[in-house]
Design a protein around this ligand. Structure first.
Ligand code: FMN
Length: 353
């Protein structure tokens, strides 16, 4: 997706969406990435889910599915970068076209279907950056043709253990048929139970790696309460709220609004923030939350934090605003904290509730 600097962002937007994204990743891999490091000040440092972040703004999963450019993205100022979704075996994903810009709506629809080069490539890429620092997470998924999807997550965890800083269990992408059924009570019990057992075995007497659960924005309050309970029961360190939505708000203007897949960007902001607030109400601070969905400026990042998130992730806004956005959001957050008399972002978490 479009990402180099402001002019580059505009030029890349003239290409079809997926080609623009591939070009961007190639340029980043070749070293043409931005060096717009956000100024990390102590007011923005957060401890979340076992991680110490220099700032709370992270790159959401899906931008760097193969872990090709995590350091370039850290160089753009992100406080943490989530690569993936990676599946055990490489897979091609859905037929093209499968990625659409909804420019009038400042939104994106994708039905990529976990196109990725598989665990071995991802493992090698993490190995190649060993010792470089910066928080890099692995977002794990299951192959479309897998007969035991829970086993795929356990395979991902085992293969990448010790190679990255945290794991995200993604059971919320709408583009792998049936994947979101893993959010059901029985399926979650099986999946999280098996992951929890493997994690204990891998940890032994050493410090463990944080494990986050990423959920869909299309859950009702009873489901939210149950998901929180199960996440806590199986030792998840945070919940990421949320993935893309299958809903299509009436407000959409773009010709692409009828495309199938997950909707992200501006039209997702309100609904994903509402559900984040519900997760905060259900969890009462007993599990950390990461807010994702439609964040494109400091006010929206701050709204996620006030709704209950300790950190925020974004992706779609990069398409429209380019990488300088990260430093701008950090600067704006600092100003907002100061104006409200807070010394650190954690004091604002859940302030709206
Ligand atoms: C093109 C595209 C691909 C995505 N791929 C993934 C993915 O592989 N795994 C995942 O957990 N989320 C994926 N997402 C969802 C994002 O991580 C994020 O949850 C969602 O887009 C909402 O944030 P945003 O409005 O800032 O984009 C993808 C989003 C987009 C736009």
């Amino acid at each position: 997706m479009s990402f180099i600097h402001k002019a580059g962002t505009a030029v890349l937007r003239k290409l079809p969406a997926e080609r623009a994204h591939m070009t961007t990743v190639k340029l980043l891999r070749a070293g043409f990435g931005p060096k717009i490091r956000a100024k990390n000040t102590s007011d923005l440092a957060v401890h979340i889910g076992g991680l110490d972040l220099p700032n709370p703004i992270g790159l959401a999963a899906g931008f760097d599915k193969d872990c090709d450019v995590p350091d370039a993205m850290l160089g753009a100022g992100f406080g943490f970068v989530e690569c993936g979704t990676v599946t055990p075996k490489p897979q091609a994903g859905n037929p093209k076209p499968r990625l659409f810009r909804l420019t009038e709506d400042q939104a994106v629809i994708n039905r990529m279907g976990f196109n990725n080069r598989g665990l071995e490539h991802f493992h090698a890429r993490l190995g190649a950056r060993h010792g470089r620092g910066g928080i890099v997470g692995a977002n794990l998924g299951a192959n479309k043709d897998s007969r035991d999807r829970a086993a795929d997550y356990v395979t991902g965890l085992t293969r990448l253990w010790g190679k990255c800083d945290y794991f995200t269990i993604n059971i919320s992408s709408p583009n792998t048929p049936g994947l979101r059924k893993l959010q059901g009570a029985d399926a979650m019990e099986d999946l999280l139970g098996r992951l929890c057992e493997k994690r204990m075995e891998l940890t032994g007497d050493k410090p463990s790696y944080p494990m986050f659960l990423k959920v869909a924005p299309d859950l009702d309050f009873a489901e939210i309460e149950r998901v929180v309970e199960q996440a806590r029961q199986y030792g998840m360190d945070a919940i990421i709220v949320s993935n893309t939505t299958i809903a299509r708000p009436d407000s959409l203007q773009s010709v692409h609004k009828g495309e199938g897949g997950g909707l992200s960007g501006q039209p997702l902001f309100e609904s994903s923030t509402t559900i984040l607030r519900e997760f905060y109400a259900a969890s009462q601070g007993s599990i950390d939350l990461i807010g994702v969905g439609g964040v494109s400026n400091g006010a929206q990042a701050y709204a996620k934090i006030r709704a209950g998130a300790k950190a925020v992730q974004l992706y779609s806004a990069l398409v429209y605003h380019g990488p300088q956005l990260v430093a701008q959001i950090c600067q704006d957050l600092s100003a907002r904290l100061k104006a409200e008399g807070f010394d650190n972002i954690l004091q604002a978490v859940g302030a709206d509730n």
